[in-house]
Design a protein. Structure first.
Ligand code: SCD
Length: 710
């Protein structure tokens, strides 16, 4: 006879000397993870009998999964010029990488050519600079586009980039019908978290739909979209939020395409997804399984005829935020566990992060280890031999079910707001993610969430690691030279006419925007010009930053250390006769604002008066705002490698305007190698990744008190 659960409870209680209920782990998703799962937990769970390759696809979109074909090793990379990125891709493909994935620089993301004055600090930094078809052709030189599938992470300037890619293929002798790959083209999550949008939500949704329409008609092997939760988790979302908002976004894109008059079966099979894989090992596996289950449920509503229209196929990337600056080789271990989790969850394609990515762009050495992590997984661990090997595990199946239920409730909540476009407009999903991010930070700061080498087991000394530095000025100058050449050699009248035609299509809503942009790109209209033609028709999106209040403070309720800082600040404010004002500035085209938002919220709760600067400020604009608002401190947040150009410029601007008394500190992804340079330029303190926010507040207070004494 099977042993009784009651008996186990008795034994457990004896071992623990307390009730087993006391060791239940309440996850950020509000899932209560128990120490033991049994068949009892699976009663009434309906997906258990399903098989891979069949609806609802919980066990995987293909019948044989990796036993038939392993996932694609697709490392996301790009930096500096098209020549350098091309050389990097070719080497990576020769060393075992199976698909290309292009990272563009932020200037390109936001639809600016490299000669635009707003992007001086961004060109070639966190990705490759692409201004025209000429750059795109160089990027793929010697890479056969009829064979190698190419993923392009582009959302804001998605029209000119995809148009350039199509023309580059054409000129390489590969017709667009043969091009395979994926364009990210997921604008809703940009409004929620990643912020590389250009136009307001409505025309942005039209762009998405036009791309789905064009690719469905002209590019049968191309995935028209990569509906992404990755950036939500990076911004602090719980796994339930990531799951729910991503799938709700997907539903919205399907509706937008249907509104264009498309047949669901003509495009649904080419919708793809993208999730983050963090350190919650089992929950991430369950998340991918739940995602497939729920997507099939959502797609049933649209009554497709083909089973492949219900199938969720996804790319995954190991978590960037789980990487730490301290004790960085630990990141190799973290990434390996996350990669294993992605494989057990059944991803179709995977990027593994390099261990130095919390600090800088990957070097050749770190990129090799990241790639090899996947090769070892595929060739040495046996993980590819069996389809969905954890199916039937009480814990995994129970988690799959619980995540699905919780995510479904949140999807329905978004639906009740009128769908995801409406929900995004209310700001609710963004706020929920920000609140989750702040809670997570507070939990790390308080040591409740352990990060080895950061808030526990921190080594006494740390070796500096070699990092990749990009000479941003040299890249900019070479891009400007090529832009000038392109403009000299083209037919200006024809370019002008093509841009006018594009603007007309955008303005009237008649015709396909991508189709018009392909014409313009063929004639060598640049990324900036094509984006401007659309700016004329659509205007730009302007977001107003909102500071979430009380969440950080509440996490610290009754904490004596926290109270000490709050009281110290109160007494300083009394001497100052006002609260010290801190402006959190985001300079350049870097839209990664999780850190900035968390700091703004925490500082506000601690008692500073916090001013959140808008995204995409130039150093001059930030200086003007700081002076006009009479702030005492500017905290510049940088995650996209622009700090060495932009922060010194900010200090110069403040000096030029007689405001050298304003203290400048900076934080984000800043390599230690750059600290001396920044300090010499006048930065008063630097807060790298893994900084404890309460510590940061203390340091800022020290600086303010010091400044007042002198
Ligand atoms: C697969 N195939 C099989 C099979 N498994 N055939 C037989 N037996 C099996 N077991 C077939 C497929 O049907 C397909 O053919 C082909 O093999 C390729 O398989 P796939 O599963 O489609 O794999 P892939 O081509 O790699 O496509 C994977 C996705 C795609 C569908 C997920 O959208 C993709 O590559 N996405 C990558 C996105 C990306 O790289 N994003 C980076 C984001 P057919 O096609 O003929 O059916 C980076 C980012 O944003 C970073 C953060 C930031 O910048 O902020």
């Amino acid at each position: 006879m099977a042993p009784k659960l009651e008996k186990w409870r008795e034994l457990a209680e004896k071992e623990l000397k307390r009730s087993p209920e006391t060791i239940v782990w309440n996850t950020p998703e509000d899932i209560k993870v128990k120490p033991l799962y049994t068949a009892e937990d699976l009663e009434g769970v309906s997906h258990l009998e399903s098989l891979p390759g069949m609806k609802p696809f919980v066990r995987g979109p293909r019948a044989t999964m990796y036993a038939g074909r392993p996932w694609t090793i697709r490392q996301y990379a790009g930096f500096s010029t098209a020549e350098e990125s091309n050389a990097f891709y070719r080497k990576a493909l020769a060393a075992g990488q199976q698909g290309v994935s292009v990272a563009f620089d932020l200037a390109t993301h936001r639809g600016y050519d490299s000669d635009h004055p707003r992007v001086e600090g961004d060109v070639g930094k966190a990705g490759v600079a692409i201004d025209s078809v000429e750059d795109m052709k160089i990027l793929f030189e010697g890479i056969p586009l009829e064979k190698v599938s190419v993923s392009m992470t582009m959302n804001g300037a998605v029209i000119p980039i995809l148009a350039n890619f199509i023309v580059a293929g054409e000129e390489q002798g590969v017709p667009r019908a043969q091009l395979s790959g994926t364009i990210q083209n997921d604008i809703l999550k940009e409004f929620m978290v990643r912020n590389t949008y250009i136009y307001p939500p409505e025309p942005s949704m039209r762009i998405v739909a036009d791309i789905i329409e064009y690719t469905a008609r002209e590019m049968p092997k191309f995935n028209s979209i990569s509906i992404s939760g990755y950036h939500m988790q990076e911004a602090g979302a719980t796994l339930v939020q990531e799951l729910a908002f991503t799938l709700a976004d997907g539903r919205e894109y399907v509706r937008a395409a249907l509104k264009k008059g498309l047949n669901v079966d003509d495009f649904a099979g080419r919708l793809s997804f993208f999730f983050a894989i963090g350190m919650n090992f089992f929950m991430e596996i369950a998340k991918l399984r739940a995602a497939r289950l729920l997507w099939a449920r959502i797609m049933e509503e649209f009554e497709p005829k083909k089973a492949s229209s219900l199938m969720l196929r996804t790319h995954c990337q190991t978590s960037g935020v789980s990487l730490q600056e301290q004790d960085p080789y630990n990141n190799i271990v973290r990434t390996a566990f996350e990669a294993m989790s992605a494989a057990l969850g059944g991803t179709q394609s995977l990027h593994t992060n390099s261990f130095d990515e919390a600090i800088a762009l990957p070097t050749e050495f770190s990129a090799r280890i990241a790639r090899n992590t996947q090769l070892i997984l595929q060739h040495e661990t046996g993980v590819t031999n069996v389809v969905d090997p954890l199916a039937g595990s009480y814990y995994i199946e129970s988690l799959t079910n619980e995540l699905a239920e919780k995510a479904w409730a949140l999807i329905e909540e978004m639906e009740s707001l009128g769908g995801m476009t409406q929900a995004v407009a209310t700001g609710l999903p963004k706020r929920l993610i920000e609140e989750a991010a702040i809670r997570k930070q507070a939990s790390v700061d308080r040591g409740e969430t352990v990060i080895v080498g950061v808030n526990k087991y921190r080594p006494e000394t740390e070796d500096e690691i070699e990092i990749l530095q990009i000479d941003n000025t040299a890249v900019r100058l070479s891009q400007i030279a090529r832009l000038e050449k392109v403009k000299r050699q083209r037919d200006p009248k024809r370019v002008e006419a093509a841009l006018a035609a594009l603007e007309q299509v955008a303005r009237t809503g008649e015709g396909n925007i991508l189709e018009a942009a392909v014409e313009a790109a063929r004639l060598r209209a640049t990324v900036g010009e094509i984006s401007d033609a659309m700016r004329n028709a659509f205007n730009e999106n302007v977001a107003v930053p909102v500071i979430v209040e009380k969440v950080y403070g509440e996490s610290y309720e009754n904490d004596p250390e926290y109270r000490t800082v709050v009281e110290r600040l109160q007494s300083f404010s009394e001497t100052l006769q006002e609260k010290p004002r801190v402006m959190i500035a985001k300079l350049g085209q870097d839209g990664h604002d999780r850190g900035a938002k968390v700091i703004a919220s925490a500082f506000n709760d601690i008692g500073f008066e916090v001013l959140a600067g808008p995204l995409f400020q130039t150093p001059e604009e930030a200086a003007d705002m700081a002076i006009a608002s009479k702030v005492h401190v500017v905290g510049a947040s940088s995650l996209a490698a622009g700090h060495k150009t932009l922060v010194p410029q900010l200090i110069q601007e403040l000096k030029k305007k007689g405001a050298e008394n304003i203290i400048v500190v900076c934080g984000g992804v800043i390599p230690r190698q750059d600290y001396d340079y920044l300090l010499e330029q006048g930065v008063a303190a630097i807060f790298g990744p893994g900084s404890n926010v309460l510590e940061c507040a203390r340091t800022v207070l020290d600086l303010l008190e010091g400044r007042r004494r002198n």
